[in-house]
Design a protein around this ligand. Structure first.
Ligand SMILES: Nc1nc2c(ncn2[C@@H]2O[C@H](COP(=O)(O)OP(=O)(O)O[C@H]3O[C@H](CO)[C@@H](O)[C@H](O)[C@@H]3O)[C@@H](O)[C@H]2O)c(=O)[nH]1
Length: 422
């Protein structure tokens, strides 16, 4: 039997996702029409023998998370539970703290997935790879190829090309190490806890010497990447399975639009029913578009490619939407235009208004390019990015909002370009 753990982080994480993460925990933000996490859960539930999916994080349990878990359990017919860390314990500390829950029922192996990645999740392939490679208790990291410059933003893996054993692992190196990067998706055997445990013991001794009152707490904070993988590399225990299928991080809001595009594209094979098509009396659809059944869209509107329309959205006559995510309860009034933008919950875009951003897509001429999840500012200036309207924003008619971030509940009364509207 198998299990899966999804690391969902907590409220202090996802800062590059603001202001959208003010309203909803980042892992529940909709990507291609469903919460980011649902893609992980669907992929795990498809693996034969998957008995339980555990979400580990340091969010306070809230209504939205509980509702999502209840619905997902019913839909995917697998046990899904949320385990809350008492503090941020790092990518290794959380799974170590809850190791009894993970190994209860004696799973032969378990997956660990970072919540903030979008992927085809080749989990069954990782299982077959694990069976064929190395010793029975070896662990597998999913890897992909990045270009030299961007590889520095990820965990970098040097492999033995014949055996795929991980020989060196360096987390976010400052100079080039390898173009094989860690996708944040792992297959572990329960034996991993011996390695994390050994590190914990050592950490505890060191820290109790330094700080007798708080040492135990601090010793439990363990980073899977720097503390465990680096030590396991070259020991015949850690292998890399390189995937050619799609993969991207979801750090900034711009990367959510890119991830939506990847998942919408995947729907052709996994969920064709989620893709809108041109029908009599319906809007004009270009490329891949997701429309929630409760949305009300004028037949003269044109949507796509890469558009997701949430619950209860109203779209008026002659509206154009492209490369955007429209969240629930939004109203797009007649003839407005929304390009490369995220329109937050319950916002309104007035007639003939234009909301437009600059896409942050990876370089299309580089097959290994990844999305640059830029910080908001570079050299003291706002980096041109997608336009984000926070929740409950009202854009008046005939106004242009370009490359800007509008904070929740704001009503900008004129056009803005390259600004954060506070
Ligand atoms: N439960 C829990 N989850 C956490 C914690 N810290 C981080 N996470 C979750 O773990 C994932 C990784 O988070 P980061 O610590 O922000 O790492 P990163 O910069 O995304 O880098 C990691 O992912 C890359 C691939 O996306 C890897 O290339 C890299 O090596 C590393 O694993 C995210 O889903 C985050 O929510 C924690 O203390 N507790």
């Amino acid at each position: 039997m198998l299990k899966a753990v999804i690391l969902i982080g907590g409220p202090q994480k996802g800062t590059r996702f603001r202001p959208l993460s003010f309203e909803v925990p980042k892992p529940l933000f909709p990507v291609a029409g469903v919460p980011m996490l649902q893609h992980h859960i669907e992929a795990c539930a498809k693996v034969p023998n998957m008995k339980e999916i555990l979400l580990i994080g340091f969010y306070q349990p809230n209504e939205e998370l509980t509702r999502f878990l209840t619905n997902a359990q019913q839909e995917f017919k697998v046990s899904i539970r949320y385990l809350q860390e008492y503090a941020a314990l790092g990518t290794g500390g959380g799974i170590y703290h809850f190791r009894d829950q993970i190994v209860s029922g004696s799973p032969e192996a378990f997956f660990v997935l970072n919540a903030d990645v979008c992927s085809a999740f080749p989990l069954s392939e990782m299982l077959s790879f694990q069976k064929e490679h190395g010793e029975p208790n070896s662990f597998v990291i999913l890897g992909t190829t990045a270009n030299r410059k961007q590889s520095l933003n990820y965990g970098c893996i040097v492999e033995n090309e014949k055996t795929n054993e991980v020989l060196h692992y360096v987390e976010k190196p400052s100079t080039f190490v390898s173009d094989i990067i860690n996708c944040g998706i792992y297959l572990f055997k329960p034996d991993i806890f011996q390695h994390i445990g050994a590190f914990f013991q050592k950490n505890q001794q060191d820290m109790l010497l330094e700080e007798p009152t708080n040492g135990w707490h601090r010793a439990e904070a363990i980073r899977l990447e720097q503390d465990i993988f680096t030590a396991l590399a070259g020991q015949g225990k850690l292998y890399v399975y390189k995937t050619l299928s799609f993969w991207s991080q979801i750090k900034s809001a711009g990367s959510a639009i890119y991830a939506s595009r990847l998942y919408l594209n995947q729907y052709h094979t996994t969920h064709p029913e989620r893709l809108a098509s041109n029908k009599d009396g319906g809007p004009k659809i270009r490329g891949n578009v997701y429309i929630h059944p409760t949305a009300n869209i004028d037949p003269t509107a044109m949507l796509g490619p890469n558009v997701s329309i949430g619950t209860g959205v109203t779209i008026g006559a002659g509206v154009r939407v492209r490369e955007s995510i429209i969240l629930h309860g939004v109203t797009l009034q007649d003839h407005c235009c929304v390009l490369n933008s995220i329109v937050g919950w319950d916002s309104t875009v007035g007639k003939w208004a234009r909301v437009e951003g600059t896409p942050s897509d990876p370089n299309p001429n580089d097959p290994f390019a990844k999305i640059d999840s830029e910080t908001l500012f570079r050299d003291g200036e706002l980096t041109p990015s997608i336009t984000i309207l926070g929740c409950n924003v009202t854009i008046p008619s005939e106004v242009i909002i370009l490359n800007s971030i509008v904070l929740p509940h704001k009503d900008p009364n004129r056009s803005f370009k390259n600004q954060i509207i506070l």
